[in-house]
Design a protein around this ligand. Structure first.
Ligand code: TPP
Length: 613
């Protein structure tokens, strides 16, 4: 749509009925076509849309409410898809989706068949890089910038990364190389002081020290007036001349400059004119630059401002109050947080570690009870793992709680540090199995595969909450090397947890039902499905390849047992996002699908006796 199309449409419909400016935004050109006076209204409409739609779909509300003005300014100044926005995690890309031709599908967000909750290269030409895990943006964007330079291109590469992305080691691995490899590179550090929980560590303190510098408020006002007066009036031609003066007006920050990026800021990330003019200026720079902007997570929605952690990402909620539906039974995460806190009362060596997920992993319960033995290390899974290794060498009892998908980061540590040295690290993998609406970046479908071939590891999965606590108890007492437990998102069967946990025998399966013709091996939360199928054959909430079923087949083979094996698990491709029951049905991870696979074999059973895994 051209500029005139956009305003014409707006006028025509405005004459009939009040129409949102947002509805006229079909592409970034329509953002550029709006007058500066219209932008606050657009920002309000975007916020209203986010709050309304996400109340039904769930999603990353707080982060997106915080980047409304930033996204407007970015799309006014830069031209995607030619210019590239590389968003770290990309959970803050919802507004960008609205502005790039996806507003009409915005209500399908995170639903099966609908828009993904993160940026996806396959979803839009405006999404130049997909993500879901943190810390990848700077490196990937640097690769793009170098590719552009080698090609002789002149497009802009703009990174948008939150303050917590700067707790990731890889962000610094990228920064270490920026200056040597490109001259044109724009980084926006979106500082809202929050990761999912409050951001942690020395870098967070350092950013805070810039922001709370007593001269900052004064300088900020002067900088704003200056940039607006000079750049606003005369455009970017004067940019080079004023560069030194602009820098002088802003608070100098050593760390980013030492790393080779010219630092600008901090500036108000909700001030569209200031952001726009600053981007116009940064666009002209022939050196890597970092703009530090200050934003409020959850801006414009009181419940999200009051509880940034909860509203970082959540399911459905009531718009008026922000209330969410209560979970009927305690989740596995809650159980682990409380159980470890209880164990730690008598085991003074028990320590618990999270990589920026205190509430997600349930460790917030542990943190309250044992603050000195609780460690949030930031978004730093490799460091968290090595840190646990170090603690283990000191005879501590480290519990490392990480989502299955994020532990992929620490694969080398699982071999090189934990397994080879046979360290007593207890790995608790939350969200093992399908994560549902977050999609392929978050499904925990690979951990059996990536751990089971490493020597020395014990790997468990409980069939219900009670067995989970037994497993945690067993882990706390297991001192013969690494031990892991995987458990799903949400609640289990609701099984009553007995008062005293029991020690489990390592490597021993439980025979739940005796029979003939078929042997069903069920793992973890798939036990219910298996029970129903045999009443149930067990299946696995993991990819088939290198999963539990493979382990069963290998074992049968090694014992020279020649029997057909039916395996039920996730197929060999990345599973899309959507509600878990829909995805299970689509991919045949149900008792019915299992029975259907086994029946033909049973019909032939005169000669064969099948096993199911
Ligand atoms: C490797 C990895 N670990 C953990 C997470 C979970 N996670 C998603 S967003 C987020 C916090 C991001 O904070 P920040 O970058 O400051 O952005 P904000 O949400 O505050 O805008 C975390 C820890 C992740 N996505 N990737």
């Amino acid at each position: 749509m051209t500029k005139s199309d956009s305003s014409e449409n707006h006028q025509t419909s405005a004459a009939v009925a009040p129409r949102r400016l947002l509805d006229g935004i079909r592409s970034p050109a329509d953002i550029k076509a709006l007058s500066e006076q219209d932008l606050p209204q657009l920002a309000q409409e975007v916020r209203d849309e986010l709050i309304k739609v996400l109340s039904q779909t769930g999603g990353h509300l707080g982060p997106n409410l915080g980047v409304v003005e930033l996204t407007i300014a970015l799309h006014r100044v830069f031209d995607t898809p030619r210019d590239r926005f590389v968003m770290d995690v990309s959970h803050q890309g919802y507004v960008h989706k609205m502005f790039t031709g996806r507003l009409d599908r915005f209500h399908t967000m995170r639903q099966f068949g609908g828009l993904n909750g993160f940026l996806l290269r396959t979803e839009s030409e405006h999404d130049c890089y997909g993500a879901g895990h943190a810390g990848t943006a700077l490196s990937a964007a640097l690769g793009m910038a170098v590719g552009r330079d080698l090609r002789g291109g002149d497009e802009h590469i703009v990174v948008v990364a939150g303050d917590a992305a700067f707790t990731c080691g890889i962000s610094y691995e990228a920064l270490n190389n920026v200056k040597a490899h490109t001259k044109r590179f724009i980084v926006v550090l979106n500082d809202n002081e929050w990761s999912i929980a409050k951001n942690v560590g020395a870098i967070a303190n350092y950013l805070n020290s810039i922001v709370t510098n007593p001269t900052y408020a004064h300088l900020h006002d002067k900088a704003r007036d200056f940039v607006q007066a000079i750049l606003g009036k005369t455009g970017v031609q004067l940019a080079h001349k004023v560069e030194e003066s602009v820098k002088g007006l802003l608070v100098p920050s050593v760390i980013f400059e030492e790393l080779g990026l010219r630092y600008y800021g901090p500036i108000d990330g909700h001030d569209i004119p200031l952001l726009t003019q600053t981007f116009e200026f940064l666009k002209t720079q022939e050196e890597p630059v970092l703009l530090h902007i200050l934003t409020k997570k959850g801006k414009g929605y009181e419940p999200a401002i009051k509880q940034p952690d909860k509203f970082h990402g959540l399911g459905k909620y009531k718009i008026e109050s922000g209330e969410t539906a209560p979970t009927p039974t305690p989740t596995y995460s809650e159980i682990i947080g409380k159980t470890l806190a209880k164990f730690a009362e008598t085991n003074q060596k028990l320590v618990a570690i999270t990589a920026a997920m205190p509430s997600g992993t349930g460790l917030s319960h542990f943190a309250k009870a044992h603050p000195t033995r609780y460690f949030d290390v930031g978004i730093a899974e490799e460091h968290a793992t090595l840190f646990a290794c170090g603690l283990a060498t000191q005879g501590m009892t480290p519990f490392l709680t990480i989502y299955s998908t994020f532990f992929q980061r620490a694969y080398d540590m699982a071999i090189h540090d934990i397994a080879i040295q046979k360290l007593n690290v207890r790995l608790c993998m939350d969200r093992a199995g399908l994560s549902g609406d977050d999609g392929p970046t978050h499904h925990g479908l690979f951990d059996i595969g990536y751990l089971r071939h490493i020597p020395n590891w014990v790997h468990m999965q409980p069939k219900n909450e009670d067995e989970f606590v037994d497993m945690l108890w067993t882990m706390a007492h297991y001192n013969s090397g690494p031990i892991a437990v995987r458990y799903p998102r949400g609640s289990g069967t609701g099984a009553k947890i007995k008062p005293e946990p029991r020690l489990l025998e390592i490597g021993k399966a439980e025979v739940v039902q005796h029979g003939r013709d078929v042997a069903i091996f069920g793992l973890g939360n798939m036990f219910e499905v298996a029970e129903e199928a045999a009443r149930k054959l067990e299946v696995e909430d993991h990819v088939l390849h290198n999963g539990f079923g493979c382990a069963v087949m290998e074992h049968l083979h090694s014992q020279m047992i020649n029997t057909p094996v039916v395996r039920v698990g996730w197929p060999d491709h990345f599973i899309e996002h959507g509600a878990v029951p829909i995805l299970r049905k689509k991919h045949g991870i149900t008792a019915d699908a299992l029975v259907e696979k086994v029946l033909p074999l049973l019909r032939k059973k005169s000669s064969l006796r099948p096993s199911v895994a």
